[in-house]
Design a protein around this ligand. Structure first.
Ligand code: FAD
Ligand code: NAI
Length: 471
């Protein structure tokens, strides 16, 4: 092993959190090394998460629309066929373009990239098991841990990424399964369930709780979303526990039991997607050896400045607290680099949007109705349906609503919840409003171009403190 010079900053993990921190620190003139074991930068998000899933969501939506939604638009199409291999290739093209883009940004910002697995040997030294064989070690004045997360396994079901899969298998299936059972009706279950349902699978989602959408989704929005996805052909079993499974036969048998009443049922599936959440990934890092701590969920413990109890070692992204989202990881990447280079940084955890890229999309920011009730906050709400929006009508895409929640007295926006076309883009406007402490009236008195979907946003704001015009 060769002993390298001491760097200003060593980042372990080249995912969104890690690569952003490395670039930001590089821009400030620090000598930075980033260690990534995957062989490609961008982490879960670029390689097996956000990007490949969105490629499949977009193209499966197009396929489904061409099959079912062209005649009434005056477009007669001939024989429509799925070329799954090509759809996967298109996905790979998006992924490889973006990961190579980060390598370019590393060069541009003077970030050294080491392909290998890092492990602490002491508070300043990381031993790296190189991907191409051999070892090296790196010393850092500052160290950032950004090792991300992994799928939570389901006890008793062995993941083989073919019959019993996580999201990683779900973005790479080579044929459309006849029947798919999804365990967990959160974001991964609904996004990947949508993809395979559109491509022809019979998809049944088994969810332990009484509502779909995972943590954070507003009750009313979750109910409406479930109705829309059911209309598209997905089946839901809520309040249902998976008791176990048997994958010894041609198909997988999944035992489920109703949470109330205990009624049992046997589900049959060609493929079972396990999507019950993700957990921090810190295996092999040796963090315990140098005295760092994880909580009972495996999250590395940090303070407000992302510092562990060893102050020059900081943690960001999925392997510590907060929502496991790429844009949250990115915010932390910028903030942590600023803490190191300037002594201050900032992330507003109250204004981090969530988007589910189904069709229609579901997006929200701030608090939901059940949270406001639980906290005994006096609020008012207003909503506007896309069925009354002129652009949605011209697009023949009118399902969904925009819903505002605002302080009953001051009219200040507390949360915005959208299910509808383009909700994922529209939520940026809500996030900006929340970030600037806007009232509903501020939004409603802002001119929005006509005819656009964003007028539904403006009118929902208007409906919260007064009456909407078009509904
Ligand atoms: P990661 O992206 O997991 O990166 C950590 C990196 O560290 C990995 O590449 C890993 O190989 C590396 N590493 C780990 N240990 C070591 C070590 N010891 N040495 C060297 N390298 C190491 N979020 C969104 O905001 N929008 C979405 O649309 C979205 N879609 C998703 C879809 C799926 C199917 C999944 C699974 C996730 C999705 N996410 C999405 C979540 C998003 O991917 C994560 O929040 C994000 O990747 C977290 O970034 P990170 O840098 O903290 O961790
Ligand atoms: P999730 O936390 O969103 O949802 C998991 C769901 O599984 C919950 O509804 C939960 O009640 C249910 N569940 C848990 N245990 C169960 C059991 N034993 N049986 C049945 N249901 C059970 O987790 P998911 O969908 O796995 O996604 C993980 C994370 O990845 C998300 O929380 C999100 O942070 C990130 N992600 C984000 C995306 C986006 O932003 N568009 C897309 C995909 C993932």
């Amino acid at each position: 092993a060769t002993e390298a010079e001491e760097k200003d900053l060593v980042v372990i993990g080249g995912g969104v959190a890690g690569y952003v921190a490395a670039i930001k620190a590089g821009q400030a003139g620090l000598k930075v090394t980033c260690i990534e074991k995957r062989g490609a930068l961008g982490g879960t998000c670029l390689n097996v998460g956000c990007i490949p899933s969105k490629s499949l969501l977009n193209n499966s939506h197009m396929y489904h629309s061409i099959l079912h939604d062209t005649k009434n638009r005056g477009i007669d199409v001939g024989d429509v066929k799925l070329n799954l291999a090509q759809m996967m290739k298109a996905k790979e093209t998006s992924v490889s373009g973006l990961t190579k883009g980060i390598e370019f940004l590393f060069k541009k910002n003077n970030v050294e990239y080491i392909k290998g697995t890092g492990a602490f040997t002491d508070e300043h030294t990381i031993a790296v098991n190189l991907l191409d064989g051999g070892e090296t070690s790196v010393k850092g004045k500052n160290i950032i841990i950004a090792t991300g997360s992994e799928a939570t396994p389901f006890p008793g079901l062995t993941i083989d990424e073919e019959k019993i899969i996580t999201s990683t298998g779900a973005i790479a299936l080579q044929k459309v399964p006849k029947k798919m059972v999804v365990i967990g009706g959160g974001i991964i279950g609904l996004e990947m369930g949508s993809v395979w349902s559109r491509l022809g699978s019979e998809v049944t989602v088994v969810e332990f709780l009484g509502q779909i959408g995972g943590p954070g989704m507003d009750n009313e929005i979750a109910k409406l979303t479930q109705k829309l996805l059911t209309k598209q052909g997905m089946k839901f079993k809520l309040n249902t526990k998976v008791m176990g499974g048997d994958d010894s036969g041609e198909t997988v048998k999944i035992n489920v039991e109703a949470a109330k009443g205990g009624k049992e049922e046997l589900l049959d599936a060609d493929v079972v997607l396990v999507a019950i959440g993700r957990r921090p990934y810190t295996a092999g890092l040796n963090f315990e050896k140098i005295g760092l701590e994880a909580d009972d969920k495996g999250r590395l413990v940090i303070d407000q400045e992302f510092r562990t109890k060893i102050p020059h070692i900081r943690v960001i992204g999925d392997c510590t607290f907060g929502p496991m989202l790429a844009h949250k990881a990115e915010e932390e990447g910028v903030a942590v680099a600023e803490f190191i280079t300037k002594g201050y940084g900032h992330v507003n955890y109250g204004a981090i949007p969530s988007v589910m890229y189904s069709h229609p999309e579901v997006a929200w920011v701030g608090q939901n109705e059940q949270e406001l009730k639980a906290a005994d906050v006096k609020y008012k709400s207003g909503s506007f349906p896309f069925s009354a929006n002129s652009r949605a009508k011209t697009n023949l895409d009118t399902e969904g609503i925009v819903k505002f929640l605002a302080d009953a007295e001051t009219d200040r926006i507390l949360g915005v919840h959208i299910v509808g076309p383009n909700a994922g883009e529209m939520i940026a406007e809500a996030t900006l409003a929340l970030e600037y402490g806007a009232s509903c009236e501020d939004v409603a008195r802002t001119s929005h171009a006509h005819p656009t979907l964003s007028e539904a946003f403006k009118e929902a704001a208007m409906a919260t403190y007064d009456k909407a015009i078009h509904y």
